[in-house]
Design a protein around this ligand. Sequence first.
Ligand code: OOG
Ligand code: NI
Length: 455
Amino acid sequence: MNASTPLSPDEIRSLFAQAMSRMYRDEVPLYGTLMELVLEVNAATLARDPSLAARLQRSDALDRLDAERHGAIRVGTPRELATLRRLFAVMGMLPVGYYDLAVAGVPVHATAFRPVDAAALARNPFRVFTSLLRLELIEDAALRDDAAAILEAREIFTPRALALIERFEQAGGLTADEAAEFVAQALETFRWHSEATVSHATYQALLSAHRLIADVVCFRGPHINHLTPRTLDIDAAQDAMQARGIDAKAVIEGPPRRRCPILLRQTSFKALREPVLFPAGDSADAGTHTARFGEIEQRGLALTPKGRALYDSLLARAREAGGAGSTGDYGTRLAVAFGDFPDDDDTLRREGLGYYRYALTDAGRADPSAVARGSVDDAISAGLVTADPVVYEDFLPVSAAGIFQSNLGGGEQRAFAAQSNRDAFEAALGAQVHDEFEIYARIERESLVAVGLAR
Ligand code: OOG
Ligand code: NI
């Protein structure tokens, strides 16, 4: 390839995802252990279940599996969020969904930057869950002003990264050389810095307002706080974590184990306590900070609004039945509640609970007019067409809150009374977030068109 040939956003995203993974493995070696463990579990699962391997192959999910992960960052100001939107756009990552976590006691709201079309997702689905601190939820006005001033004064992007974002916007692409430089420069924004930018006293004051506020405000930038590989069997991965003595979260977030996995199941290891240096001459010049962790997830069928409403109501039933959320024999309550959620692809599809991707079989390719003559169900029962689950590419607010909480030392259970404020989030972002359901529906519709079954 010529150095001046533009690189596609998909290629830049792949380079970036690899570079982030390498950096985080150096920063948090336990993440490397987690990746090895997931590779082993996935290889064993595929060897045990050839039909799963075939299905993943048909829906383009097999090749991307080992490269697949998401990360998470937290920023402090609208300007930071808006610039991140432009940075992620260089890599074909657009904001999808609005997540309000204040209701769960975490003073942030969030979106996920990710690719949206089927080809880009097949290439590399790398996603970054991106939270914006809601400073207005700090009660102490003086502390709130301090935090705002500290954030206003910092610059989380390198001058060269900003210049390359502009270059991309003007030229409509980056050459291979520019892309390599962009990836290296973008990485600087997400690197961990063990030197706090504030005094120990300020750090302590912000920490006692909320641990998360200290994490966002006291450092040079939005360090990546975890990267999450995708496993095909999260129960096996959870057991493997425990067998290796990793301090795993007690409960797997999300739906219970099922024959047909839906949405997203996640578990994590607890955040590490890491040394931090405070500016010289401070009363205490060293301390610790707890923010960075590791996570594993299993992804399943993307649900329609109807399926999602059923999911939300069954999850609420399981959580309410025990009083205080994910404790006690929560696993049993969850399994009982989800007895009411159909667990075979045929029913899920016919009842419109999930999105499916349609493809011609060899027989269907040999006789396309036979496909077009009947209904979708006819074509499937005649063996002309297959229907495979569309993979859920997004996040779940209740699960995300559980992940946040388990990494905040467990002491922060209060909910904020604040209204969810999507308009303010979008104003800060400088754009509207994309609707996840529209994206899945389009992927399903395009597959129907491709097999000649669109009505
Ligand atoms: C983000 C937590 C949410 C997930 O997978 O739900 C998340 C954070 O801790 O910043 O990553
Ligand atoms: Ni996560």
